[in-house]
Design a protein around this ligand. Structure first.
Ligand code: MV4
Length: 501
């Protein structure tokens, strides 16, 4: 096993990795930019190395500086976390060439899965279902028209190098096809320096369900079940859960999706932790979408329901140890739901709202896990994704997990900045959510339903963010010091939040 590991990341995931390392008696080396000098990860790590200025292009994306820091500090391995360099094949190669271990899949597997069209071909070769569409990039308008006709409208144009919905266009009729392809292609060119696009049949209101896989370097691959990730806003996940409520209706679906995921991962020459994303339609047909070749933000829900520590397994696998469990050993117990807690303003189009955290009280108690990257007094920088923490509830069943999450949300106090905490309360009260009737259209529908409220009760001029948060923090302290209040009325006021696009 490794003696010392460098963490090429920041925020809550750096903290999560430091904790995982410490449990295995492995020293941790954090890296930090100017903006992160006093971060929680820097405070918790055994050692810390300065990389450079705040922009990630000059710090967390600098392969040369990170590898050099690992060598200088005597690390044996590098964990990339998620985002930044985590899915960069050149980084994985540079780490290996420096004589260090990359804690993740082989560089070649990262490269193959980075191309959406190549990934599609691998999935087809592995016998996994894919959405009907073109196998390679579109080469002419004539070919596009012919393909769209045989698929039938609506179709979806996607970027070959894509991901995250960039360069994606829905087309409902042939007359719109040509201009949509041009739009998608130029957006893809700007976003990915690659203008290639391809066509797929549009799956209407799909669920987004992903399968966690774990493979060692001895040819053994298992799946750890699914995560339901349909609640997304602009291709950013907001709430994730394990198991998907869909599996209660169709328990064999997990086995079928799990088997498909394992076959895709094996066909890609994969090892370590990975995630296969699927779309699931109303008839519970599932289709391979793409593979994420990293540890994911939402990995804790899988950990809580399977009882496996994914970070510990990533380390063991990278160190050459074999998996000690078989597929048949896997059990999924209870239900876990995760909220991504952001410094952002739900009342102002979810605009990032970083700044100084003047008050912080994080929830705890039965079934609650908070993977946080912040502390009271910390200044959330403007330079990065403003994820503060992940709040995860586990309980023996889904209704109880929702209850625990609501209770934990009521305990969660953040002063000085705005957060999306109250937004989760509204989602958890939605009938469709409670019933588990989820799809990628859930949040759009949610905002549409709330839109009329805004015109009925126009909001009063109100104090600015920092002021109101400090007032709330003071109120929270006062409340904590005084006698218990009567419980809040169960009929919550209607949210004023609306989708403004
Ligand atoms: C789709 C789709 C419907 N049909 N493909 C969005 C991001 C990219 N990774 C794939 N995406 C989608 N692909 C077909 N053929 C709908 C989406 C989609 C979506 C997928 C997962 C999670 C949220 C989403 C939100 C909107 C659209």
């Amino acid at each position: 096993m490794f003696r010392k590991v460098l963490i090429a990341n920041r925020g809550e995931i750096a903290v999560r990795l430091i904790r995982g390392l410490r449990e295995l008696n492995i020293s941790s080396v954090a890296v930090y930019s100017d903006a992160d000098r006093a971060s929680l990860a820097v405070r918790m790590a055994d050692e810390a190395v300065h990389l450079g200025p705040a922009p990630s292009s000059e710090s967390y994306l600098r392969i040369d500086k990170i590898v050099e820091a690992a060598l200088r500090h005597g690390a044996d391995a590098i964990h990339p976390g998620y985002g930044f360099l985590s899915e960069n094949a050149e980084f994985a190669e540079a780490v290996t060439q420096a004589g260090l271990t990359f804690i993740g899949p082989p560089a070649e597997a990262i490269r193959k899965m980075g191309s959406k069209t190549a990934a599609r071909k691998i999935a087809i070769a592995a016998g996994a279902p894919v959405v009907p569409g073109t196998e390679a990039a579109i080469e002419s308008m004539d070919q596009a028209r012919a393909t769209a006709h045989s698929l039938g409208f609506p179709v979806l144009i996607k970027a070959a190098a894509g991901g995250g919905g960039k360069g994606m266009r829905r087309v409902d009729r042939e007359a719109d096809l040509e201009s949509a392809i041009r739009d998608a292609s130029s957006e893809a060119s700007r976003s990915f320096h690659n203008d290639q696009v391809y066509l797929e049949k549009l799956v209407v209101e799909p669920r987004h369900i992903e399968i966690q896989v774990l493979g060692d370097h001895h040819g053994h691959m298992i799946h750890l079940g699914e995560r339901e990730c349909s609640i997304q806003r602009r291709h950013q996940k907001v709430i994730e859960e394990c198991p998907s409520p869909l599996m209660a209706l169709d328990p064999a679906l997990r086995d079928r999706m799990g088997a498909a995921a394992i076959n895709v991962a094996l066909a890609a020459g994969y090892a370590n932790a990975g995630t296969i994303e699927f779309l699931v339609d109303r008839d519970r047909n599932f289709y391979f979408l793409e593979m994420n070749t990293r540890l994911q933000v939402e990995h804790p829900v899988t950990e809580l329901v399977t009882g496996l520590d994914l970070v510990a397994w990533q380390l063991k696998i990278a160190a050459g140890e074999p998996l000690t469990m078989e597929q048949d050993d896997m059990r999924w117990t209870g239900s876990a739901i995760e909220c991504r807690v952001y410094a952002e303003d739900p009342e102002n189009n979810f605009l990032p709202f970083p700044g100084k955290i003047t008050y912080l009280s994080e929830p705890s108690g039965p079934g609650i896990r908070v993977d946080s990257g912040v502390y009271q007094g910390w200044n959330v920088p403007f330079d990065y994704d403003p994820l503060l923490a992940k709040l995860i509830a586990w309980a023996p069943d889904r209704d109880a997990a929702i209850g625990r999450l609501k209770r934990a949300l009521s305990e969660y106090k953040v002063g000085g900045i705005r957060t999306n905490l109250a937004f989760f309360g509204d989602i958890l009260r939605e009938v469709a959510f409670v019933r588990g009737a989820l799809s990628t259209a859930f949040l759009d529908d949610f905002f549409t339903r709330r839109e009329p409220c805004a015109s009925v009760s126009p909001s009063e001029p109100r104090p600015q963010g920092a002021v109101i948060q400090e007032m709330e923090a003071v109120a929270a302290i006062v409340a904590a010091l005084s006698k218990p209040k009567a419980p809040a009325p169960s009929a919550a006021p209607l949210s004023k939040w609306k989708w403004d696009q």
